[in-house]
Write a protein that binds this ligand. Structure first.
Ligand code: MG
Length: 169
């Protein structure tokens, strides 16, 4: 293997996508922040769509299964689960396999809430959950200008990419 091939093999990228529908009786948890007590998202866990996308991006980068495999929604142990705690478990799994996080970037797709006012706190919370510096985590919100299920305010979607580096193994 040429030197640059060996270097390339130590860097892997992954992507994650998730969507949850709105549920009036549920609290809204996004990026580990409890933003309001009503008009949240339906899901077996806390339905933190952003954190779920981040977890799948990390798992994909490390060549591992998805969160549905790791934390099945048929398992009562994960009912109402704090997704940032699950994110911590995902990162632990990566570390055990010799992967460290280079960076994570994410987009939240919804008409509301606005993400910008919460961006700094979400970055801090997610980075804290992953045990990395805040500057390794970036995110932003976007709308679809009224188009599709996010535009029609039926739910919220999120996309994430993660870059990981092999440090051992
Ligand atoms: Mg989900």
């Amino acid at each position: 293997m040429r030197n640059e091939d060996a270097a390339d093999a130590r860097l892997r990228v992954g992507m994650g996508f998730d969507a949850h529908r709105f549920a009036p009786e549920r609290a809204l948890v996004l990026g580990g922040l409890r933003l309001r007590e009503q008009d949240g998202l339906l899901g077996h866990s806390d339905a933190d769509v952003l954190t779920h996308a981040v977890m799948d991006a990390l798992l994909g980068a490390a060549g591992l299964d998805d969160i549905g495999e790791l934390f099945p929604d048929t398992d009562p142990a994960f009912a109402g689960a704090d997704s940032v705690a699950l994110l911590g478990a995902v990162v632990q799994l990566l570390r055990e396999r010799g992967w460290e996080i280079v960076n994570v970037d994410a987009v939240v797709i919804c008409e509301e809430p606005r993400i910008a006012p919460h961006r700094a706190a979400m970055r801090e919370r997610l980075a804290g959950g992953m045990g990395v510096e805040t500057d390794r985590v970036t995110l932003r919100g976007t709308t679809t200008e009224g188009l599709g299920f996010t535009g029609q305010r039926e739910g919220i979607a999120a996309q994430a990419v993660a870059l990981v580096r092999k440090t051992a193994g």
